[in-house]
Design a protein around this ligand. Structure first.
Ligand code: 9MR
Length: 366
């Protein structure tokens, strides 16, 4: 039996509209505004504005969704891609010294065939580690070699294909101290220079980044990141950029983003907005969508105001594949495109948030 929209509506006890589609489960969702901007594409706008790219994270399972890929693979819209998961440690070195790049290569090939900039994510992070890294009680000498080998092999394998690598991911606690994970506990902060030097040796041209969250605004953690960068520079450790993740909440976008970006620029390196999304407490309303438009505008126009901000990556462009609902129950709708949920009348529509981004990239006021 084929499940037509009308049959699905019947199964869900929903009325069927004249067009054969089921009426939305929540009447509020039918009232949500959508984009009105008529623009070629966000990457085109970003490049016209002198940035390197506007891009998105993606993940391998989503690539089976052909409607999704038809939007993702539009270079005018997305000129850059970050693998959301498939280059993490568990995915690339699941057993000691056994490397597998199959899943990562799918993303790298997609970037190559569409002429997109590729950001590598990531080499050293306390999460998504295979058990063997933490379970074997490696001593400092052993773990130093493991960090250098993992980073060097990963970066070396993709040498020539990557614009940048998040070599170090989320090294700081919110209070500005170093996160106590297996790397720090065993090696102190030397694990950072070990990884950065291994990355530089493996690819002399790729930009080496440290990526973190809650460093997007003036405060203790941002200051700690700036101090870490200054220390690395003083020690002649290679470091080229800082990733400002930018996972925000609607109505709570920080007010010191530009000032904070200027502080990073003053260190003489570049930075990027690497994981932008702006979540809201559900259910979504028209007011929340409008506020989200303003919030996306605020973040993207901050990047426009500081030359060293090279580009913007959204942490997936559609609510369908956002990490938010599973991590923050009751929150969602964080992306600039909606989902493709037939019952909610969503079909990868651009939201007002899209317009906020487009307006900012054109240097206009909202
Ligand atoms: O989006 C990613 C999600 O699919 C994974 O389950 C999760 C754990 O690996 O990581 C998510 O991406 C994170 C990124 O790698 C680092 N910054 C925070 C992102 C959201 O959690």
């Amino acid at each position: 039996m084929t499940l037509t929209p009308a049959l699905l509506a019947f199964a869900a006890c929903l009325p069927v509209l004249a067009n054969g589609l089921p009426q939305a489960a929540s009447s509020a969702s039918t009232a949500l505004p959508t984009s009105t901007a008529v623009v070629p594409g966000l990457n085109d706008l970003a490049i016209s504005a002198g940035k390197r790219y506007f891009g998105s994270a993606t993940d391998n399972p989503e690539l089976n969704d052909t409607t999704y890929t038809s939007i993702l693979e539009n270079y005018a819209m997305f000129g850059q891609i970050t693998p959301g998961n498939s280059m993490k440690w568990y995915a690339t070195e699941p057993e000691p010294g056994v490397f597998t790049f199959t899943a990562g290569n799918v993303i790298a090939d997609l970037a190559k065939s569409n002429g997109m900039v590729l950001r590598g994510h990531n080499c050293v992070w306390y999460e998504e580690l295979p058990d063997w890294v933490t379970a074997n009680n490696y001593n400092a000498t052993e773990l130093a070699a493991i960090v250098a080998n993992h980073t060097g092999t990963l970066v070396g394998y993709y040498a020539g294909q990557m614009y940048a690598w998040d070599v170090i991911n989320e090294p700081l606690n919110d209070n500005g101290t170093m996160r106590e994970d297996v790397f720090y506990d065993t090696l102190g902060d030397s694990y950072i220079s070990i990884a950065l030097k291994a990355a530089r040796a493996a690819d002399p041209n790729v930009k080496l980044y440290i990526n973190d969250y809650n460093i997007e605004y003036v405060g203790t953690k941002s200051t700690a990141m700036q101090n870490l960068i200054k220390q690395l520079q003083a020690d002649d450790v290679p470091i080229d950029g800082v990733g400002l993740e930018s996972h925000f909440i609607v109505g709570e976008v920080p007010t010191t983003i530009v000032e904070n970006m200027q502080a990073f620029a003053a260190l003489g390196l570049e930075f990027a907005i690497t994981e932008l999304d702006i979540r809201m407490e559900l259910p979504a309303t028209a007011d929340l969508y409008e506020q989200q438009k303003t919030d996306y505008y605020t973040v993207v126009s901050a990047c426009m105001q500081v030359e060293q901000c090279v580009g913007i990556t959204v942490w997936d462009w559609t609510d369908k594949y956002s990490w938010v609902p599973s991590t923050f129950p009751g929150y969602g709708d964080a992306c600039p495109w909606d989902s493709n949920d037939m019952l909610a009348h969503q079909n990868y529509e651009r939201k007002p948030a899209f317009d906020g981004i487009a307006i900012a990239l054109q240097g206009q006021s909202i």
